[in-house]
Design a protein around this ligand. Structure first.
Ligand code: FAD
Ligand code: S2G
Ligand code: ZN
Length: 477
């Protein structure tokens, strides 16, 4: 149990009574789950490293039901844990103790799509991939894409400010989200569900909830700006001999592909070994120390191909890149993407995963992986480096057969101190959740953390929204 492994003190929240369960069953007939067996999956995170002890799962369908739940929980001082697809990677999406789990899974209705402006309004529980499929029929696409698309929900994406593979082209959710409907800790329904691209009237409150990880309110509906689905997509995977040439490729791609560049990902050779050994995937090109994946998305295939060919001629001609292939049909594109997208899954096969999601200045970017390899030496099964190079976002993962305290002590706080020394971020896109909340000071000043705490106290005075997450605990420590 998370609470045992990390020695956490339970906050002074009420414990669920039979009257509470009866009240919820009246409100949500047939959508209150109390069977411990059924609850195991909801209490365990995707990495299977954090496990809570919730006794109750509630599955509302409407904003009003969420509001009634929160009014009641607030009056009874019952702690709650909002859950979407439960694909979060920082222990934020499962209870620590017996918090009531409020799942948005049944809140999966699309409210409206405006094909001209590209505005989608939908409930928070819509699964990302389902939204992409729905939009593609009307020539639109979601402005984000990540390996968890089959399970993660748009409310969870907003709450973790998920980045993903397309951030480089379509920006962060802080830009693409136009409005939110949120239920606050006391049940108040906050309707900021604007579909306007521009609205400068007062504080932009929706921004507070984007990336708030369920600690300031429960997102019940999202209004988001969706780009046109591109007519032509190309995906190149290129073999590179050293990291400096990965950076040179990035510079050339930005310069020569410009507005059609839609993703720039990198993987080191240990990632290709990982994909081969743990998932039986094959390398589409020859083995190299590094690989970059470059996607273009444009409105005219001929123009795009011409640009891409000029780029490839240059980087191959100058030896920046040594090998490569370009996929244009969706099947081959998907099979190349899956090597990158399934690395998280591949890592789980090694046993225990020590996962770090770091933003760094590009000049020192890969040095951290080299230093980490030296430091953990043969204590680790593997140390891999990959990520959204276009965003300066490194995913550094270390694995071992089982949880190894000695290995963890070698990694932490070394990795956070190293990141802080180069003014990086100790969590680029995954958030802080439960596992990284106590390291927030490596990336935020004390004054900033104090103001966050004040905002939290204002928005959730009883601290019942996703306690023990994102901010350093007020209890205990
Ligand atoms: P959950 O995991 O259920 O919850 C995540 C957090 O949000 C929790 O704190 C929860 O309390 C809160 N929350 C969920 N729904 C709501 C709501 N409606 N209102 C308020 N709070 C809520 N992340 C990236 O940024 N980039 C990536 O490239 C990426 N790739 C991934 C690949 C894989 C294979 C996996 C498993 C995960 C990946 N992630 C990535 C992690 C990503 O943050 C989560 O997958 C996703 O954004 C969370 O959505 P979810 O619906 O699963 O939310
Ligand atoms: C990614 C999620 C998986 C990981 O694949 O881009 O954000 O292993 C990550 O960190
Ligand atoms: Zn990522």
């Amino acid at each position: 149990l998370t609470s045992v492994r990390y020695n956490v003190q339970r906050g002074n929240f009420a414990r669920i009574s039979s009257e509470d369960v009866a009240m919820f069953e009246k409100l949500l007939p047939g959508r209150v789950i109390a069977d411990p067996e059924e609850l195991v999956g909801y209490n365990t995170d995707w990495l299977r490293m954090c496990r809570g002890n919730s006794r109750l799962l509630l599955r509302p369908k409407t904003t009003e039901e969420v509001s009634e739940i929160m009014k009641y929980c607030s009056s009874r001082n019952l702690a709650v844990m909002p859950q979407g697809g439960n694909t979060g990677l920082v222990g934020g999406s499962v209870p620590v103790f017996d918090e009531i789990i409020i799942s948005t899974s049944l809140m999966n209705k699309i409210i409206s799509v405006d094909e001209i402006s590209g505005t989608l309004v939908c409930q928070a529980g819509c699964v990302l991939e389902a939204l992409s499929t729905h939009l593609s029929d009307v020539g639109l696409m979601m402005p984000l894409d990540l390996g968890a698309k089959g399970s993660c929900q748009i409310g969870g994406n907003v709450s973790t400010n998920a980045g993903g593979l397309r951030l480089m082209r379509y920006g962060s959710l802080h830009g693409s989200v136009l409005g939110l409907e949120v239920v606050q800790a006391d049940g108040t329904i906050l309707d900021c569900l604007s579909t306007l691209r521009k609205d400068n009237t007062g504080y932009d409150l929706k921004q507070l909830f984007i990336g708030s990880e369920g600690t300031l309110g429960i997102v019940t509906a999202v209004s988001i700006l969706c780009p046109r689905k591109p007519q032509s997509i190309n995906l190149a995977i290129l073999g590179v001999s050293n990291f400096q040439n990965c950076l040179r490729s990035l510079k050339e791609a930005k310069g020569m592909l410009g507005e059609i560049l839609s993703a720039f990902e990198f993987m080191d050779s240990s990632c290709m070994d990982l994909a081969r050994s743990n998932l039986n995937l094959t390398n589409p090109i020859s083995d190299k120390p590094f690989y970059v994946l470059i996607e273009t998305a444009g409105s005219n295939g001929t123009h795009d191909e011409e640009k891409l060919n000029l780029f490839l001629e240059k980087v191959l001609g100058e030896g920046i890149v040594e090998d490569g292939t370009v996929a244009t049909d969706s099947t081959k594109i998907q099979s190349i993407w899956s090597i990158r997208e399934r690395l998280a899954e591949a890592l789980l096969h090694d046993g225990y995963v020590y996962k770090y999601d770091i933003s760094l200045p590009l000049a020192n970017f890969y040095d951290l992986v080299v230093d980490m390899r030296e430091r953990v030496d043969d204590l680790a099964t593997r140390v891999v480096g990959y990520g959204h190079l276009g965003d300066g976002n490194l995913h550094l993962n270390v694995t071992s057969p089982t949880y190894d305290h000695e290995l963890l002590d070698k990694i932490e706080p070394f990795i956070y101190e190293w990141t802080s020394r180069y003014n990086g971020s100790i969590s680029a896109e995954h958030g802080l959740g439960f596992k990284k909340k106590d390291f927030i000071h490596f990336s935020k000043t004390q004054k900033a953390v104090e103001l966050m705490q004040q905002i939290k106290d204002l928005m959730d005075p009883k601290g019942i929204l996703n306690p023990y997450k994102m901010l350093p605990d007020k209890y205990g420590d």
